[in-house]
Design a protein around this ligand. Sequence first.
Ligand code: 5GP
Length: 121
Amino acid sequence: MINEEYDKNNIFAKILRKEAKADIIFENEYILCFRDIFAIAPVHILIIPKRHFKDIFDFSKNASSEEKVAIFDGFENIIKIFKLDQDGCRLISNFGDHGGQEVPHLHFHLLGGKGLGPMRS
Ligand code: 5GP
């Protein structure tokens, strides 16, 4: 199914098409994981589905079970690669205007490598 509201010119779509570079950490059939270019923690990885979903609500409604499982497998892989299982990490997905989402392709920020403190706005 083609998502007609999806903006194919967003930067993550370009990374997926290899039109823009990224420091890729892990990928498989369903997901791509790469470093955030403006990292706010020693580990700041973006985990994205390869198929076009504009945000978490689009994904929740329209992704297949395989795609949903793949996102969680991606979290596990990144946690293992960076050995975050002992000290922990933070997972965030911004959605829409109130969530402050800037890039309109669903992504999860996985942050770690230091104490991140409590969540405060
Ligand atoms: P959002 O605010 O949409 O949740 O997060 C978008 C993230 O994408 C930001 O943390 C930003 O630093 C990152 N970002 C924006 N442009 C690029 C880029 O060209 N390459 C990479 N790797 N990350 C980017």
